[in-house]
Design a protein around this ligand. Structure first.
Ligand code: ATP
Ligand code: MG
Length: 237
């Protein structure tokens, strides 16, 4: 296939996967907008609104606006980084960068992260997209452990074409009924305002577009594990 055709196909695939999310996005954005709308109507219709009602109403409007902004920011980041061309990305450097971002986040202080790398291995990826995937997996782990404990990550070359990155945390794991759902757009168990439920859905799209895969399971000794299969970049090691 010519390079141009490949680019067009990849673009069409991205548009199709974004299209797949549109119905969910409409639903998730119109709920908070409807809530803002009815709260405004309540505040406008009442003469002599008490300071408590006003305060509650404004707080509700504020949190609903924050939710819409969180969703549009996630989708905006997804579409922006999607424009980098795929190329060889040094795996160890990408993972170290994501770990360093996590250490500088509000979850960094109580975490230990151990990474066993695959020196010299390069995968085929868009650098910004891969960073989103890695950071979301690590952040989810840190959130599940409430910011304290050990995250173990390991990159292994499993055959001539594939690198597997596994990330295990020491949190409570994922209940069986949720294991199939964690990659669904907007599936979240986090408090309102803490998660959009788009992190893994976007990661799934990014990884599959690259010809890779992502799966979640619980470790027999406890904690959740995420496994990322990525195509090795030939001749880039
Ligand atoms: N390491 C983990 N341990 C336990 N549950 C997890 C883990 N990773 C993901 N999950 C579950 O999968 C859900 C979906 O994760 P995802 O990253 O898609 O969204 P989120 O983290 O809830 O929101 P966002 O990524 O927008 O912050 C989480 O809400 C959580 O229930
Ligand atoms: Mg997440």
């Amino acid at each position: 296939m010519s390079e141009e055709k490949e680019t067009v196909n990849a673009q069409m695939q991205r548009l199709a996967s974004l299209g797949f999310m549109v119905a969910g996005v409409c639903h998730e954005v119109s709920n908070p907008l409807a809530a803002i709308h009815s709260m405004l109507q309540i505040l406008q219709s009442k003469r002599g609104v008490t300071p408590e009602t006003l305060e509650k109403g404004l707080a509700s409007i504020g949190s609903n606006i924050a939710r819409v902004l969180a969703i549009t920011k996630r989708l905006g980041d997804f579409s922006r980084v999607g424009s980098d061309p795929p190329g060889p990305v040094a795996m160890d450097a990408a993972v170290e960068e994501a770990i360093s971002l996590l250490r500088h986040s509000s979850y960094g202080a109580g975490l230990r992260v151990e990474y066993r790398g695959a020196p010299g291995a390069a995968v085929l990826a868009r650098p910004g997209s891969l960073q989103q995937v890695l950071f979301n997996i690590l952040l989810n782990a840190a959130q599940a452990m409430q910011g304290a404990g050990l995250i173990e990550a390991q990159a292994r070359i499993v055959d001539a074409k594939t690198l597997v990155l596994s990330v295990r945390d020491c949190g409570p794991g994922i209940p069986l009924e949720n294991l199939q759902r964690v990659f669904e757009p907007f599936f979240t168990t986090k408090q309102a305002g803490e998660g959009t439920g788009l992190g893994l859905a976007i990661s799934y799209e990014i990884v599959h577009e690259l010809g890779g895969a992502i799966r979640a399971y619980n470790h027999p000794q406890g904690g959740a594990c995420f496994e990322l299969l990525l195509p090795l970049c030939e001749g880039a090691a």
